[in-house]
Design a protein around this ligand. Structure first.
Ligand SMILES: Cc1ncc(COP(=O)(O)O)c(C=O)c1O
Length: 465
């Protein structure tokens, strides 16, 4: 079995000790990578070196401005190359994150009266669902009981709405189950129906090679969105990479400095892409950080990344079965590990997901996530709640009581995680399942979260502004 070896030394802060409820300290274990990842040292280094020369971009005339502009545009090129985009056909628009990128696409996509349907799956993160609901007529495709895409339903809906579907918007990988979707196959079907495809790669891009391809390939991807903070570059950047022709037309969704060629009192001539869609001063540091992370991932090799994470997932799916009362959702077969991401949703019978997450954090120094992971419809589907049960839960939550909020624990792996860390998680879950934890926990009814008596960490000892 592959051990820690290779990858930990690439990252910042993995040896940081954190306080536990009993007063001791322990090296933190982060299994919340599907939310945000720690920084690569290469990113820290690049940001530090760049800060020395950091200055205004695009319109500055001094050397530092020229260098900053060069670094910003070079970062754009690196992002496009990483995603297999074609600079003649695609553009890269930097923004805050995937959520912002999808919102922009939803506002900028040229829906028509004839083609105004967006087909999305039932496993989408809210960020690849709600923006479409505001922009177009959104139709959700069905899922299998174990939470995979129901391909037959997707094809049937594409056929039913054939002349109306403008866009298929689908995640490359689920942030709840780690399921991978056959995006290039779906792209072929979407294109054959006269539609385009937008792939939410927030989860996919940090773990697998993404290849957008050229527009003459029926399997190409028209739009891809990513978030740098999930790719070991947490400096507030994301990107929307997509068809130039779409962004050559129409008014920008945000207007202001940087978006124009000429402004008179009477009219405005917008710039071409990507400037038209990057209103205001950009986050140059964020772009540089993302490019540095990409360079590091490329030098490690996305194949190596995938293989290491598949080993962790294989190991975890086997080891976790030792925990009494555990139920793992989505694909549970360890042999499926290379066909999915290392995102494992689970619960332990009879113990609130909120409590499990709290004990893991306060007593074992292990960070996971609990709840619905911004994918409420998908979680309700996985948990098998029927319509009446969902309504009851909804009513209780809306009355201000989240104590019974349905949800799961999610352990999600990054490149730097190790089997030893998975052993620590399994050991901790065994203890929790057997009631062997020390704290006296109280639940906050409004949030559902648990906290232990006597917890008063001195944050100032760890970080001060
Ligand atoms: C699949 C997926 N899409 C979109 C998002 C939104 O990403 P961000 O919060 O960086 O905008 C997330 C975040 O968890 C995600 O997992």
């Amino acid at each position: 079995m592959h051990t820690a070896t290779g990858y930990q030394h690439y990252f910042v802060g993995l040896d940081a000790q954190v306080p536990l409820l009993d007063g001791s300290r322990r090296v933190y274990i982060n299994f919340d990578n599907a939310a945000s990842t720690p920084a690569l040292k290469a990113v820290q280094r690049a940001v530090n070196e760049f800060l020395v020369f950091y200055s205004s971009v695009h319109r500055g005339t001094g050397f530092k401005s020229q260098l900053s502009t060069h670094a910003y545009e070079e970062s754009r090129r690196i992002v496009m190359e990483f995603l297999g985009a074609n600079p003649k056909e695609h553009t890269c628009i930097f923004g805050k994150n995937t959520t912002e990128a999808i919102n922009k696409l939803a506002r900028r996509f040229p829906f028509t009266d004839q083609r105004n349907v967006v087909l999305i799956s039932g496993m989408e993160h809210h960020s690849n669902d709600l923006p479409w609901r505001s922009a177009a007529h959104t139709i959700h495709t069905a899922l299998t009981p174990d939470g995979r895409l129901d391909i037959d339903d997707l094809r049937a809906k594409l056929e039913t709405y054939r002349s109306q579907v403008a866009l298929v918007a689908i995640t490359g990988a689920s942030n709840v189950t780690g399921n991978l979707n056959p995006i290039h196959q779906i792209a072929e079907w979407a294109h054959a129906a006269g539609a385009q495809i937008a792939v939410d790669c927030a989860q996919l891009a940090p773990h697998r090679k993404v290849d957008m391809g050229t527009l003459d390939d029926p399997a190409h991807l028209d739009f891809v969105t990513i978030s740098a903070h999930k790719m070991y570059a947490p400096f507030g950047t994301g990107a929307l990479v997509g068809r130039r022709d779409i962004f050559e037309r129409g008014d920008p969704d945000l207007t202001g400095g940087g978006t124009v060629e000429i402004v008179t009192l009477e009219d405005v001539v917008w710039s071409g892409p990507p400037d038209r869609d990057e209103a205001g001063s950009p986050n140059t540091i964020g772009a540089v950080a993302l490019a540095a992370a990409i360079r590091q991932l490329q030098s490690i090799g996305m194949q190596q990344v995938a293989e290491h994470e598949a080993e962790l997932t294989h190991y975890a799916l086997q080891a976790l079965t030792a925990v009494p009362g555990i139920q793992i959702y989505g694909q549970t077969d360890p042999e499926s590990a290379s066909q999915r991401l290392g995102v494992i949703p689970l619960k332990i019978k009879g113990i609130s997901h909120f409590l499990i997450a709290a004990v893991l954090g306060y007593e074992f120094g292990i960070g996971v996530r609990s709840g619905c992971f911004c994918a409420h419809p998908y979680i309700l589907h996985l948990l098998g709640l029927n319509h009446d049960e969902s309504r009851q839960v909804r009513a209780q939550m809306l009355s201000g009581d989240k104590s019974n909020m349905p949800g799961l624990i999610r352990a999600s792996f990054g490149l730097y995680n190790t089997v030893e860390e998975i052993d620590a998680l399994v050991e901790a879950l065994l203890r929790i399942a057997n009631g062997q934890y020390g704290g006296r926990y109280h639940q906050n009814i409004a949030s559902g979260e648990y906290s232990p008596e006597g917890w008063a960490p001195a944050f100032d000892q760890y970080f001060q502004l």
